[in-house]
Design a protein around this ligand. Structure first.
Ligand code: CP
Length: 311
């Protein structure tokens, strides 16, 4: 197939064929990061701007490295050091970046739909690097890529997402992507952290962890997103950890070949115990490694790449 979209805004709007195309393209990019000289000329002459209005370690660094490894020119703009602090609107900021003839804008914003708005306003491709609690498509793609790499398939795979589903863009992108590719997805968490009518997305809901993880192939553990909770949604962190935290005791009911994933950053000892995060079931750092290949693939496809320039 050929990539036809101008922007990558979410996995909800992608077809299974488009998701598989990105995953397959990422396979061919993974090897570049193992070379002594980690650079190919695929995006030479292209300019990519990282526009982040929320904090980030993984996504921002990963996109910046992905662009550099493809030989694109990159610029990073943080909200705190941009003219947004002087009152400039998001549209004006984007139009000024557009006027400098950039090719791709990678954007993280706390407002759901902010990248969709800009995608209609400006000619550069827009990549959603996380819009509020809505979507984080490259995180969903790298999670699915890691599951496929470790388990050999997505169709029929049993994936349980545990934690703060209601405030999680990672959960939404995982659910859209995994369901399109034929996985069986469950979510588990306190009722106050499960969005109403989430079953309509094709998932099964549990309010206890053990039955949700008993037959799972993969557990994707999510961070409690305190910064998006504007009222108390559970009695205490201690109680949350006791009832929903993934620890050695709770994993006794899980399969012996269970995969433990987490998008990061981890609240160690809250949603995930340190010995599990760093233990043999964990593929958390593999997710980060795979994120680079996914982001190289996304930038390459949005810039019009067809596969011939990888070497
Ligand atoms: N997983 C993720 O988006 O991490 P960052 O917030 O560090 O980018």
């Amino acid at each position: 197939m050929q990539w036809k979209r101008k922007d990558l805004l979410g996995l909800e709007e992608l077809t299974a064929e488009e998701i598989n195309f990105i995953l397959d393209t990422a396979e061919s990019f993974k090897e570049i990061s193992l070379r002594p000289i980690k650079k190919v000329p695929a995006l030479r002459g292209k300019t990519i701007v990282n526009l982040f209005f929320e904090p980030s370690t993984r996504t921002r660094t990963s996109f910046e490295l992905a662009a550099k490894r493809l030989s694109a020119d990159t610029v990073s703009i943080s909200a705190s050091t941009s003219s947004v602090v002087k009152g400039e609107t998001l549209k004006d900021t984007a139009r000024n970046i557009e006027a400098m003839k950039v090719d791709i804008i990678i954007m993280r914003h706390s407002m759901p739909g902010a990248p969709h708005l800009l995608a209609k306003e400006v000619t550069p491709s827009i990549v959603n690097a996380g819009d509020g609690a809505h979507e984080h498509p490259t995180q969903g793609l790298l999670d699915i890529f890691t599951m496929r790499e470790k388990k050999g398939k997505i169709k029929g795979l049993k994936v349980t997402i545990v934690g703060d589903i209601a405030h999680s863009r990672v959960a939404r992108s995982n659910i859209w992507g995994l369901c399109k590719l034929g996985a069986q997805v469950s979510v588990a968490g306190p009722a106050t952290l499960i969005p109403p009518e989430v079953e309509r997305m094709g998932v099964k809901v549990y309010h206890q962890v053990e039955p949700a993880i008993k037959s799972a192939d993969v557990i994707n553990v999510l961070r409690i997103q305190m910064e998006r909770q504007h009222r108390s949604l559970f009695p205490s962190i201690r109680e949350y950890s006791q009832l929903f935290g993934i620890n050695r005791e709770r994993l006794k009911v899980a399969r012996p070949d269970i995969l433990i994933m987490h998008p990061g950053p981890i609240n160690r000892g809250v949603e995930l115990d340190p010995d599990i995060a760093d233990g043999p079931y964990s593929v958390i750092l593999d997710q980060v490694t795979n994120g680079l290949a996914i982001r190289m693939a996304v930038l390459y496809l949005l810039a019009g790449g067809k596969g011939e320039a990888v070497n």
